[in-house]
Design a protein around this ligand. Structure first.
Ligand code: THG
Length: 266
């Protein structure tokens, strides 16, 4: 199964930041309902970076989303303390976004996660910063899996994020991601791979077009989840068709149903 994580409830988007500041719950409710109806498996919730407000803003967002839908949440914060507090509030098994090898995040989150019933996104990132080559990414993935398996967190609950770089910064960014995903799955079969699709297009025109094409390229390498905008009918159509072409849609059932319902639009 491909894991769709709806990205829209993120206070780095100006409309969400506005809603958070005004405590405009209707805007958040609508985002939660529309992404759920569009097929999101998880709803990413990121309360942004208002100084001294991040925890309260997160708590408010979670409350509003959970009143609107039963969709599990993807708790998105770089701060382990924010994630721990948010975890106490969720009603359905969440996806925690994220752990990394950075020293302020790795051990604190490992201690917290021990014995918890949830899944985790693990960023291939350490105190050295972003790894650049595929072998470096695979090496970070190995250290993350080892740490998590060491506290009894099985692979099926780990979603590795190779952290795609902008292709405008490094012309090999896309290819490195392909090689990294292939290498990780060869060495650590059974682990999940997810990523944000929008980093690749940073600094370039027509960003959404680039993001959309990245998806099937990475799926061919083994990507089985993504943080994306499920209200983008084109990317959802690309996902449905790619799953079929890659043998993940028995009897082409999901595709033919979507086509008949008129929701394939490319
Ligand atoms: N990996 C993991 N988590 C992540 C990311 C990742 N969380 C945050 C981010 N990256 C993914 N989420 C979003 C949410 C919204 C937008 C992009 C990524 C977005 N961007 C607008 C755009 O690209 O046009 C601009 C912002 C706006 O609308 O104001 O909407 O990589 N694990």
């Amino acid at each position: 199964m491909f894991t769709i994580i709806g990205e829209r409830i993120n206070a780095t988007r100006s409309s969400i930041m506005d809603a958070v500041e005004k405590r405009d719950s209707e805007t958040i409710r609508q985002e939660a309902i529309r992404q759920t109806e569009a097929g999101a498996d998880y709803l990413d919730v990121n309360s942004g970076s208002r100084p001294g407000q991040i925890g309260q803003d997160m708590a408010w967002l979670i409350e509003v989303v959970q009143e609107a839908v039963a969709t599990p949440l993807c708790l998105d914060s770089p701060d382990p303390a924010v994630l721990e507090e948010a975890y106490q509030q969720v009603k359905a098994k969440p996806l925690i976004n994220s752990i990394s090898l950075e020293s302020n995040r790795f051990q604190p989150l490992l201690s917290f996660l021990k014995g918890k019933d949830c899944s985790i996104i693990a960023l291939c990132l350490d105190d050295q910063g972003l790894p650049k080559t595929a072998p470096e990414i695979i090496d970070r993935a190995g250290a993350l899996i080892e740490g998590l398996e060491g506290i009894g967190f099985d692979r099926a609950r780990i979603h590795l994020d190779p952290l795609i770089q902008p292709v405008a910064v490094d012309v090999n960014a896309g290819l490195n991601a392909v090689w990294a995903i292939q290498g990780i799955l060869k060495k650590y079969p059974g682990v999940h791979i997810t990523c944000g699709l929008s980093n690749i297009s940073f600094g370039l025109p027509l960003r959404r077009s680039i993001n959309r094409i990245l998806l099937p390229i990475l799926m061919t390498a083994g990507l089985d989840g993504a943080i994306l905008d499920p209200l983008d009918g084109k990317i959802m159509s690309i996902l449905t068709i790619s799953k079929m072409i890659l043998g993940q849609d028995r009897f082409c059932r999901q595709y033919t149903q979507a086509a008949r319902a008129g929701v394939i639009s490319l």
